[in-house]
Design a protein around this ligand. Structure first.
Ligand SMILES: [Zn+2]
Length: 213
């Protein structure tokens, strides 16, 4: 039995008792130099992208008072690197925008986003874009990577779709332009795993590490 099936089974049991939206706590840690506009845009993109899933997101600082609160699910989201619009490091070779930790086949609720790689991908094909990238555009891109990884955590799988926010790779266009959303299949998958509806799309994923670009 796969890990994702175990988690979804639990969520189905919970459905009988919880008709309210699932409360998902996101414990957000960002570098101190991160502009508030970037954080606000990240939060807005994440909430808007997950709006149709029946999830109610509550943001908390990564190191704070959340220890005394209870949520249906909790995700630790850590941003690393230069999380402000600036010239990216051209010597970077990593293609990994974000990672969700997997241990012994178990998807853990720990997500990391590499701001430096996100910046570099946003620059690709345009050497000057970072000089003019508004903080809200950068934050929106970070939010898209966050939703991709949060989907892995909440569905306890490494499943990808052919398009939308859950496809396996992101390009500069995906990060910079509008119109990238969760597919209907991804929405239904999340709703099911959080006890919000019946399963309409089967998880077909396998447990494996992955990277995006
Ligand atoms: Zn992925």
């Amino acid at each position: 039995m796969s890990v994702s099936r175990v988690v979804c089974l639990v969520a189905t049991v919970l459905q009988a008792f919880a008709a309210e939206p699932a409360r998902v706590g996101i414990l957000l840690t960002v570098p101190p130099s991160t502009p508030e506009a970037v954080v606000e845009a990240l939060r807005a993109e994440t909430e808007e992208s997950l709006r149709m899933t029946g999830i109610h997101i509550e943001w908390r600082p990564g190191h704070g008072q959340a220890a005394n609160e209870t949520f249906d699910r909790v995700v630790s989201l850590v941003l690393t690197g230069p999380c402000r619009p600036t010239r990216s490091d051209r010597n970077r070779t990593s293609h990994t925008l974000g990672i969700t930790h997997i241990s012994d086949g178990l998807v853990l609720p720990f997500v990391e986003i590499d701001c430096g790689t996100v910046l570099r991908v946003m620059e690709s094909g345009n050497a000057h874009i970072s000089l003019f990238t508004p903080p809200n555009v950068f934050g929106r891109a970070l939010g898209r990577v966050a939703v991709h990884e949060i989907h892995h955590v909440l569905t306890a799988s490494s499943i990808h779709d052919n398009d939308g926010l859950t496809k396996a790779t992101f390009t500069r266009t995906d990060l910079t332009l509008g119109g990238l959303h969760l597919t209907d299949a991804a929405v239904q998958r999340l709703r099911h795993c959080l006890g919000q509806t019946d399963l309409e799309t089967q998880n077909r994923g396998q447990q494996r590490a992955h990277s995006e670009e």
